[in-house]
Ligand binder design. Structure first.
Ligand code: CTP
Length: 401
Protein backbone atom coordinates (compact mmCIF):
# COMPACT_ATOMS: atom_id res chain seq x y z
CA UNK A 1 0.00 0.00 0.00
CA UNK A 2 1.82 3.08 -1.27
CA UNK A 3 -0.14 5.51 0.91
CA UNK A 4 0.42 3.55 4.12
CA UNK A 5 1.32 6.01 6.90
CA UNK A 6 1.61 8.87 4.41
CA UNK A 7 0.55 12.23 5.84
CA UNK A 8 -2.26 13.62 3.73
CA UNK A 9 -3.32 17.22 4.31
CA UNK A 10 -6.71 17.78 2.71
CA UNK A 11 -7.69 21.38 1.97
CA UNK A 12 -11.39 21.87 1.29
CA UNK A 13 -12.76 24.99 -0.38
CA UNK A 14 -16.34 26.15 -0.87
CA UNK A 15 -17.88 24.15 -3.67
CA UNK A 16 -20.84 21.78 -3.53
CA UNK A 17 -18.45 18.84 -4.14
CA UNK A 18 -17.11 19.47 -0.61
CA UNK A 19 -19.78 17.05 0.61
CA UNK A 20 -17.85 14.26 -1.13
CA UNK A 21 -14.83 14.94 1.08
CA UNK A 22 -16.26 12.82 3.91
CA UNK A 23 -15.98 9.85 1.56
CA UNK A 24 -12.57 11.02 0.34
CA UNK A 25 -11.20 11.10 3.90
CA UNK A 26 -12.49 7.57 4.51
CA UNK A 27 -10.88 6.29 1.32
CA UNK A 28 -7.49 7.76 2.22
CA UNK A 29 -7.70 6.23 5.69
CA UNK A 30 -8.61 2.88 4.16
CA UNK A 31 -5.35 3.12 2.21
CA UNK A 32 -3.50 3.46 5.52
CA UNK A 33 -2.87 7.21 5.21
CA UNK A 34 -3.01 9.65 8.14
CA UNK A 35 -5.34 12.50 7.23
CA UNK A 36 -5.67 16.05 8.56
CA UNK A 37 -8.28 18.41 7.17
CA UNK A 38 -8.21 22.19 6.76
CA UNK A 39 -11.19 24.14 5.42
CA UNK A 40 -12.15 27.58 4.18
CA UNK A 41 -15.12 29.28 5.82
CA UNK A 42 -17.19 28.89 2.63
CA UNK A 43 -16.71 25.13 2.56
CA UNK A 44 -18.38 24.78 5.97
CA UNK A 45 -21.67 25.53 4.21
CA UNK A 46 -21.38 22.19 2.40
CA UNK A 47 -19.82 19.82 4.94
CA UNK A 48 -19.27 20.21 8.67
CA UNK A 49 -15.85 20.24 10.33
CA UNK A 50 -17.29 17.87 12.94
CA UNK A 51 -18.02 15.18 10.34
CA UNK A 52 -14.51 15.48 8.98
CA UNK A 53 -12.85 15.51 12.37
CA UNK A 54 -14.72 12.34 13.39
CA UNK A 55 -13.71 10.62 10.16
CA UNK A 56 -10.09 11.81 10.11
CA UNK A 57 -9.65 11.42 13.90
CA UNK A 58 -7.94 14.80 13.95
CA UNK A 59 -9.14 18.26 14.77
CA UNK A 60 -10.15 20.15 11.66
CA UNK A 61 -8.53 23.56 11.20
CA UNK A 62 -10.78 26.26 9.74
CA UNK A 63 -8.99 29.43 10.72
CA UNK A 64 -5.63 30.89 11.77
CA UNK A 65 -6.96 30.91 15.35
CA UNK A 66 -9.08 28.32 17.15
CA UNK A 67 -12.00 29.01 19.51
CA UNK A 68 -9.55 29.55 22.42
CA UNK A 69 -7.53 32.10 20.42
CA UNK A 70 -4.66 29.64 19.94
CA UNK A 71 -2.76 30.11 16.74
CA UNK A 72 -3.04 27.26 14.21
CA UNK A 73 0.43 26.98 12.81
CA UNK A 74 -0.03 26.67 9.04
CA UNK A 75 3.71 26.22 8.51
CA UNK A 76 3.80 23.18 10.83
CA UNK A 77 0.71 21.75 9.11
CA UNK A 78 2.22 22.22 5.67
CA UNK A 79 5.51 20.70 6.80
CA UNK A 80 3.70 17.71 8.31
CA UNK A 81 2.20 16.81 4.94
CA UNK A 82 3.66 14.29 2.52
CA UNK A 83 0.97 15.42 0.09
CA UNK A 84 -1.32 18.44 0.16
CA UNK A 85 -4.57 17.81 -1.69
CA UNK A 86 -6.98 20.63 -2.36
CA UNK A 87 -10.37 19.21 -3.25
CA UNK A 88 -12.64 20.68 -4.35
CA UNK A 89 -10.66 23.67 -5.59
CA UNK A 90 -12.98 26.53 -6.47
CA UNK A 91 -12.25 29.13 -9.16
CA UNK A 92 -11.85 31.66 -6.36
CA UNK A 93 -9.16 29.73 -4.45
CA UNK A 94 -7.50 28.79 -7.75
CA UNK A 95 -7.12 32.50 -8.52
CA UNK A 96 -5.70 33.08 -5.03
CA UNK A 97 -3.20 30.25 -5.46
CA UNK A 98 -2.14 31.64 -8.83
CA UNK A 99 -1.53 35.13 -7.47
CA UNK A 100 -0.23 34.33 -4.00
CA UNK A 101 -3.15 35.76 -2.04
CA UNK A 102 -2.95 34.40 1.49
CA UNK A 103 -6.14 35.20 3.39
CA UNK A 104 -7.17 31.89 4.97
CA UNK A 105 -5.69 28.67 6.35
CA UNK A 106 -5.90 26.84 2.99
CA UNK A 107 -4.12 29.56 0.98
CA UNK A 108 -1.52 29.95 3.77
CA UNK A 109 -0.79 26.21 3.75
CA UNK A 110 -0.54 26.36 -0.04
CA UNK A 111 2.21 28.97 0.15
CA UNK A 112 3.98 27.06 2.95
CA UNK A 113 3.73 23.61 1.36
CA UNK A 114 6.97 21.72 0.82
CA UNK A 115 5.25 18.56 -0.31
CA UNK A 116 3.62 17.95 -3.68
CA UNK A 117 0.35 19.82 -4.06
CA UNK A 118 -2.53 18.08 -5.86
CA UNK A 119 -5.53 20.12 -6.88
CA UNK A 120 -8.93 18.82 -7.92
CA UNK A 121 -10.76 21.75 -9.52
CA UNK A 122 -14.55 21.86 -9.36
CA UNK A 123 -16.67 24.55 -10.93
CA UNK A 124 -19.44 25.16 -13.37
CA UNK A 125 -18.96 24.41 -17.07
CA UNK A 126 -18.43 28.00 -18.22
CA UNK A 127 -16.22 28.89 -15.28
CA UNK A 128 -14.00 25.88 -16.04
CA UNK A 129 -13.76 26.89 -19.71
CA UNK A 130 -13.08 30.55 -18.97
CA UNK A 131 -9.68 31.75 -20.27
CA UNK A 132 -8.89 33.17 -16.81
CA UNK A 133 -9.39 29.75 -15.23
CA UNK A 134 -7.25 28.12 -17.91
CA UNK A 135 -4.59 30.77 -17.40
CA UNK A 136 -4.59 30.24 -13.63
CA UNK A 137 -4.43 26.46 -14.01
CA UNK A 138 -1.44 26.93 -16.32
CA UNK A 139 0.32 28.98 -13.65
CA UNK A 140 -0.26 26.23 -11.09
CA UNK A 141 0.95 23.59 -13.54
CA UNK A 142 4.12 25.61 -14.23
CA UNK A 143 4.65 25.84 -10.47
CA UNK A 144 4.75 22.04 -10.36
CA UNK A 145 1.37 21.48 -8.78
CA UNK A 146 -0.37 18.37 -9.95
CA UNK A 147 -3.79 18.85 -11.46
CA UNK A 148 -6.35 16.12 -11.06
CA UNK A 149 -8.57 16.98 -14.03
CA UNK A 150 -12.21 17.77 -13.49
CA UNK A 151 -14.61 15.17 -14.86
CA UNK A 152 -17.62 15.52 -17.15
CA UNK A 153 -21.18 15.01 -16.01
CA UNK A 154 -24.15 16.69 -14.52
CA UNK A 155 -23.24 19.87 -12.66
CA UNK A 156 -24.94 21.48 -9.67
CA UNK A 157 -26.18 24.30 -11.93
CA UNK A 158 -28.16 21.79 -13.99
CA UNK A 159 -25.76 22.13 -16.91
CA UNK A 160 -23.92 19.08 -18.19
CA UNK A 161 -20.24 19.16 -19.09
CA UNK A 162 -16.71 19.36 -17.75
CA UNK A 163 -16.22 20.83 -14.29
CA UNK A 164 -17.20 18.16 -11.75
CA UNK A 165 -14.61 17.40 -9.12
CA UNK A 166 -12.93 14.08 -9.88
CA UNK A 167 -14.69 11.31 -7.95
CA UNK A 168 -13.02 10.54 -4.56
CA UNK A 169 -12.01 7.04 -5.79
CA UNK A 170 -10.23 8.64 -8.76
CA UNK A 171 -8.49 11.22 -6.58
CA UNK A 172 -7.12 8.47 -4.31
CA UNK A 173 -6.04 6.41 -7.30
CA UNK A 174 -4.36 9.45 -8.83
CA UNK A 175 -2.36 10.21 -5.68
CA UNK A 176 -1.50 6.53 -5.22
CA UNK A 177 -0.24 6.30 -8.78
CA UNK A 178 1.82 9.41 -8.36
CA UNK A 179 3.66 8.01 -5.35
CA UNK A 180 4.08 4.65 -7.01
CA UNK A 181 5.64 6.14 -10.14
CA UNK A 182 7.81 8.67 -8.42
CA UNK A 183 9.58 6.75 -5.73
CA UNK A 184 12.60 4.83 -6.98
CA UNK A 185 12.23 2.00 -4.48
CA UNK A 186 8.49 1.46 -4.35
CA UNK A 187 7.71 -2.24 -4.40
CA UNK A 188 11.20 -3.14 -3.15
CA UNK A 189 11.55 -5.07 0.10
CA UNK A 190 14.50 -4.05 2.23
CA UNK A 191 16.05 -5.67 5.30
CA UNK A 192 18.24 -3.55 7.57
CA UNK A 193 19.72 -4.63 10.87
CA UNK A 194 21.14 -2.23 13.40
CA UNK A 195 22.31 -1.71 16.96
CA UNK A 196 24.29 -3.93 19.29
CA UNK A 197 23.43 -7.40 20.55
CA UNK A 198 23.39 -8.42 24.20
CA UNK A 199 24.70 -11.90 25.00
CA UNK A 200 23.41 -13.08 28.34
CA UNK A 201 25.84 -14.29 31.02
CA UNK A 202 23.17 -14.88 33.66
CA UNK A 203 19.65 -13.49 34.21
CA UNK A 204 21.00 -10.01 35.01
CA UNK A 205 24.27 -9.62 33.10
CA UNK A 206 25.27 -9.56 29.49
CA UNK A 207 28.16 -8.92 27.12
CA UNK A 208 27.36 -6.01 24.84
CA UNK A 209 28.99 -3.22 22.86
CA UNK A 210 28.67 0.53 22.44
CA UNK A 211 26.78 0.57 19.14
CA UNK A 212 23.96 3.16 19.25
CA UNK A 213 22.09 1.87 16.20
CA UNK A 214 21.95 5.43 14.77
CA UNK A 215 23.56 4.58 11.45
CA UNK A 216 21.33 1.60 10.69
CA UNK A 217 18.14 3.36 11.77
CA UNK A 218 19.03 6.30 9.49
CA UNK A 219 19.53 3.83 6.61
CA UNK A 220 16.15 2.21 7.28
CA UNK A 221 14.52 5.66 7.28
CA UNK A 222 16.17 6.64 4.02
CA UNK A 223 15.08 3.45 2.24
CA UNK A 224 11.51 4.01 3.48
CA UNK A 225 11.52 7.64 2.31
CA UNK A 226 12.25 6.39 -1.19
CA UNK A 227 9.26 4.06 -1.14
CA UNK A 228 10.78 0.75 -0.02
CA UNK A 229 8.99 -1.65 2.27
CA UNK A 230 11.51 -1.75 5.11
CA UNK A 231 11.93 -4.25 7.94
CA UNK A 232 14.40 -3.08 10.57
CA UNK A 233 15.75 -5.73 12.91
CA UNK A 234 16.98 -3.74 15.84
CA UNK A 235 19.15 -4.81 18.74
CA UNK A 236 18.82 -3.08 22.15
CA UNK A 237 18.87 0.61 21.16
CA UNK A 238 17.05 3.80 22.08
CA UNK A 239 16.86 4.85 18.45
CA UNK A 240 13.57 4.77 16.58
CA UNK A 241 12.92 5.25 12.89
CA UNK A 242 11.23 8.52 11.97
CA UNK A 243 9.43 6.98 8.99
CA UNK A 244 6.25 5.37 10.22
CA UNK A 245 6.18 2.82 7.43
CA UNK A 246 9.29 1.04 8.75
CA UNK A 247 8.42 -2.24 10.48
CA UNK A 248 10.65 -2.73 13.52
CA UNK A 249 11.47 -6.14 14.95
CA UNK A 250 13.18 -5.77 18.31
CA UNK A 251 15.71 -8.42 19.27
CA UNK A 252 18.33 -8.78 21.95
CA UNK A 253 20.83 -11.58 21.33
CA UNK A 254 22.83 -12.42 18.21
CA UNK A 255 20.81 -15.63 17.94
CA UNK A 256 17.50 -13.73 17.92
CA UNK A 257 18.92 -11.32 15.38
CA UNK A 258 20.11 -14.19 13.22
CA UNK A 259 16.71 -15.92 13.28
CA UNK A 260 14.87 -12.71 12.43
CA UNK A 261 17.28 -11.79 9.60
CA UNK A 262 17.15 -15.28 8.17
CA UNK A 263 13.34 -15.25 8.07
CA UNK A 264 13.15 -11.85 6.36
CA UNK A 265 16.07 -12.23 3.94
CA UNK A 266 14.43 -14.81 1.63
CA UNK A 267 11.81 -12.34 0.45
CA UNK A 268 14.06 -9.26 0.47
CA UNK A 269 15.44 -7.45 -2.57
CA UNK A 270 18.05 -5.53 -0.65
CA UNK A 271 19.71 -6.28 2.69
CA UNK A 272 22.05 -3.89 4.48
CA UNK A 273 23.53 -5.38 7.64
CA UNK A 274 24.90 -2.66 9.85
CA UNK A 275 24.40 -4.23 13.28
CA UNK A 276 27.35 -4.62 15.61
CA UNK A 277 26.69 -8.30 16.23
CA UNK A 278 28.71 -9.87 19.03
CA UNK A 279 31.36 -12.22 17.69
CA UNK A 280 31.37 -14.34 20.85
CA UNK A 281 28.79 -15.27 23.44
CA UNK A 282 28.98 -17.16 26.77
CA UNK A 283 29.05 -20.91 26.18
CA UNK A 284 26.32 -21.38 28.77
CA UNK A 285 23.92 -18.96 30.38
CA UNK A 286 23.76 -19.39 34.17
CA UNK A 287 20.21 -20.10 35.38
CA UNK A 288 20.57 -17.86 38.41
CA UNK A 289 22.67 -14.80 39.20
CA UNK A 290 26.36 -15.70 39.49
CA UNK A 291 27.46 -14.99 43.06
CA UNK A 292 30.68 -13.16 43.91
CA UNK A 293 33.03 -15.80 45.29
CA UNK A 294 36.56 -16.26 43.97
CA UNK A 295 39.04 -13.50 43.16
CA UNK A 296 38.85 -14.35 39.47
CA UNK A 297 36.05 -15.50 37.24
CA UNK A 298 36.40 -16.99 33.78
CA UNK A 299 33.58 -17.22 31.34
CA UNK A 300 33.95 -19.55 28.37
CA UNK A 301 32.92 -17.90 25.13
CA UNK A 302 31.92 -19.50 21.86
CA UNK A 303 31.61 -17.96 18.42
CA UNK A 304 28.23 -16.62 17.36
CA UNK A 305 26.83 -17.32 13.92
CA UNK A 306 28.08 -14.76 11.40
CA UNK A 307 24.73 -13.52 10.12
CA UNK A 308 26.10 -11.67 7.11
CA UNK A 309 28.28 -14.58 6.03
CA UNK A 310 25.35 -17.01 6.33
CA UNK A 311 23.08 -14.75 4.27
CA UNK A 312 25.93 -14.39 1.76
CA UNK A 313 25.84 -18.17 1.27
CA UNK A 314 22.04 -18.15 0.84
CA UNK A 315 22.03 -15.12 -1.46
CA UNK A 316 20.18 -15.47 -4.77
CA UNK A 317 18.74 -12.31 -6.36
CA UNK A 318 19.35 -10.07 -3.33
CA UNK A 319 21.68 -7.11 -3.16
CA UNK A 320 23.68 -7.77 0.01
CA UNK A 321 25.76 -5.14 1.76
CA UNK A 322 27.61 -5.11 5.05
CA UNK A 323 29.64 -2.82 7.24
CA UNK A 324 33.22 -3.04 8.38
CA UNK A 325 34.28 -1.11 11.43
CA UNK A 326 38.03 -1.30 11.77
CA UNK A 327 40.70 0.38 13.83
CA UNK A 328 43.56 -0.23 11.40
CA UNK A 329 44.13 -1.46 7.81
CA UNK A 330 40.55 -0.35 7.12
CA UNK A 331 40.47 -0.87 3.36
CA UNK A 332 42.44 -4.12 3.40
CA UNK A 333 40.28 -5.76 6.09
CA UNK A 334 37.03 -4.46 4.61
CA UNK A 335 37.97 -5.74 1.15
CA UNK A 336 38.65 -9.20 2.56
CA UNK A 337 35.14 -9.24 4.07
CA UNK A 338 33.48 -8.62 0.68
CA UNK A 339 34.83 -11.91 -0.64
CA UNK A 340 34.48 -13.88 2.57
CA UNK A 341 30.84 -12.88 3.03
CA UNK A 342 29.86 -12.77 -0.68
CA UNK A 343 28.78 -9.11 -0.64
CA UNK A 344 27.88 -6.69 -3.38
CA UNK A 345 29.50 -3.88 -1.46
CA UNK A 346 30.78 -3.01 1.98
CA UNK A 347 30.69 0.25 3.89
CA UNK A 348 34.02 0.72 5.62
CA UNK A 349 34.61 3.11 8.47
CA UNK A 350 37.31 3.59 11.02
CA UNK A 351 36.61 3.42 14.75
CA UNK A 352 39.60 5.66 15.40
CA UNK A 353 39.01 8.42 12.84
CA UNK A 354 37.67 11.69 14.33
CA UNK A 355 33.90 11.99 13.78
CA UNK A 356 33.39 8.30 12.94
CA UNK A 357 32.24 5.29 14.91
CA UNK A 358 29.63 4.29 17.44
CA UNK A 359 28.87 7.17 19.76
CA UNK A 360 28.97 10.18 17.41
CA UNK A 361 26.32 11.66 15.09
CA UNK A 362 28.66 11.80 12.11
CA UNK A 363 30.50 9.25 10.01
CA UNK A 364 33.12 9.14 7.29
CA UNK A 365 32.80 6.16 5.02
CA UNK A 366 34.40 4.49 2.06
CA UNK A 367 32.24 2.15 0.01
CA UNK A 368 34.07 -0.71 -1.67
CA UNK A 369 32.22 -2.69 -4.33
CA UNK A 370 32.77 -6.34 -5.21
CA UNK A 371 35.18 -5.31 -7.96
CA UNK A 372 37.29 -3.63 -5.25
CA UNK A 373 36.50 -0.16 -6.56
CA UNK A 374 36.65 2.49 -3.82
CA UNK A 375 34.23 5.36 -3.34
CA UNK A 376 35.32 7.89 -0.71
CA UNK A 377 32.84 10.18 1.04
CA UNK A 378 33.33 13.27 3.20
CA UNK A 379 32.64 13.41 6.94
CA UNK A 380 28.85 13.92 7.20
CA UNK A 381 25.90 13.50 9.55
CA UNK A 382 24.69 9.90 9.80
CA UNK A 383 21.47 10.93 7.97
CA UNK A 384 23.53 12.27 5.05
CA UNK A 385 25.72 9.17 5.08
CA UNK A 386 22.56 7.04 4.98
CA UNK A 387 21.47 8.93 1.84
CA UNK A 388 24.84 8.20 0.18
CA UNK A 389 24.55 4.50 1.03
CA UNK A 390 20.96 4.22 -0.23
CA UNK A 391 21.78 6.13 -3.43
CA UNK A 392 24.76 3.85 -3.94
CA UNK A 393 22.45 0.83 -3.61
CA UNK A 394 19.98 2.32 -6.12
CA UNK A 395 22.72 3.01 -8.68
CA UNK A 396 24.22 -0.41 -8.07
CA UNK A 397 20.85 -2.02 -8.80
CA UNK A 398 20.53 0.01 -12.01
CA UNK A 399 23.98 -0.99 -13.22
CA UNK A 400 23.53 -4.65 -12.33
CA UNK A 401 19.89 -4.92 -13.47
N1 CTP B 1 28.38 -9.52 11.23
C1 CTP B 1 27.32 -10.43 11.31
N2 CTP B 1 27.35 -11.40 12.27
C2 CTP B 1 28.35 -11.49 13.12
C3 CTP B 1 29.43 -10.59 13.06
C4 CTP B 1 29.41 -9.61 12.10
O1 CTP B 1 26.38 -10.33 10.53
N3 CTP B 1 28.33 -12.45 14.03
C5 CTP B 1 28.33 -8.51 10.17
C6 CTP B 1 28.21 -7.09 10.68
O2 CTP B 1 26.85 -6.71 10.78
C7 CTP B 1 28.90 -6.29 9.57
C8 CTP B 1 29.94 -7.27 9.04
O3 CTP B 1 29.54 -8.57 9.47
O4 CTP B 1 28.02 -5.97 8.52
C9 CTP B 1 31.34 -7.02 9.50
O5 CTP B 1 31.39 -6.96 10.91
P1 CTP B 1 32.78 -6.68 11.63
O6 CTP B 1 32.55 -6.68 13.12
O7 CTP B 1 33.45 -5.48 11.02
O8 CTP B 1 33.64 -7.90 11.21
P2 CTP B 1 33.71 -9.39 11.65
O9 CTP B 1 33.28 -10.23 10.50
O10 CTP B 1 33.00 -9.60 12.95
O11 CTP B 1 35.26 -9.60 11.81
P3 CTP B 1 36.31 -8.88 12.82
O12 CTP B 1 35.53 -8.60 14.08
O13 CTP B 1 37.36 -9.88 12.99
O14 CTP B 1 36.78 -7.64 12.13
Amino acid sequence: MTLKNKHILLGITGGIAAYKCAHLVRLFIKEGAIVKVIMTKASEEFVTPKTLSVLSKHEVVTDFFDANHNWNNHVALAEWADAFIVAPLTANTLAKFATGICDNIVTACYLSARSKVFIAPAMDLDMYQHPTTKYNLDILRKNENIIIPAESGELASGLTGEGRMAEPENIVQFVNQYFENNLPLSGKKVLVNAGPTYEAIDPVRFIGNRSSGKMGVAIADEFAKLGADVILILGPSHQKPVEKSVTVINVESSEEMFNACQAVFVSSDIAVLSAAVADYKPKTIADSKIKKKDAELSIDLVKTTDILETLGKQKKHQLLAGFALETNNVIEYATEKIKKKNLDFIVANSATEKGSGFSVDTNKITIIDKHNKLYNFELKSKQEVAKDIVNFAINYLKIHA
